[in-house]
Design a protein around this ligand. Sequence first.
Ligand code: AP5
Length: 212
Amino acid sequence: MIIILMGPPGAGKGTQGDLLVKKWPTFCKVSTGDLLRDQIKKETEVGLKVKDVIAGGNLVDDDLLFEVLKNFLKEQGDKKILLDGFPRTVNQAKLLDTLNNQYKVAKVVNLSIDTRVLVDRLSGRRICSQCGAIFHVSNFIMNQEQETCPACLSGKLVQRPDDFPDRIKNRLEVYENQTRPVIEYYKQRGICSEVDAMGEKDQVFKRLIETL
Ligand code: AP5
């Protein structure tokens, strides 16, 4: 069984996905962005291929990413899956349908949000290079830049290369052109709901749980 979290870059898919698996530990969160960044970190063949594509805010090739995803899913046994960041094209949605025997898409939630909020969230995002925890610079005391992760107390907080302003603009355009049609694909099946992603994380989470 699969639940898909959709929404534009910065809508809070990663943040809400982490909260969800904490509440429902029978789910395993799979972020295709994280899978790809892991390949880049390990300097694998896939990582070398996708590094510049991701930094530029463009989409990775459908078939290449689907192979990476399938390999990861094989390792998860019969866990329920929370997908963050996949599918992002209608073709990817069709590829996912080929796994229907083992992984049926039960529900899709689209996190909807104003574009001006997205830009602020993305440009202020910092990620722990060690544990992957997600923060925003506005959470830090007196708005000072914090370098060490407050969650694991050892990793360094870094900015993703695709969070620089010109890349954010491109990602939002890519989302509108290539990913928004996927929402319609699932709406036609009657399994897609909208959740308002504006406001505090806990408020959004409450809406998400109510919807699911
Ligand atoms: P990916 O990592 O999936 O990036 P994304 O979809 O652009 O989404 P983000 O991770 O930027 O945002 P998010 O919605 O998870 O928000 P977050 O919770 O972090 O993909 C990266 C790249 O990989 C793609 O561009 C592409 O190149 C490639 N890729 C991945 N999947 C692919 C696919 N299927 N096909 C092809 N290529 C693929 O929150 C953002 C910030 O806001 C944080 O700082 C957070 O603390 C803050 N925040 C969150 N919620 C709130 C709130 N309620 N109030 C205040 N602040 C909040």
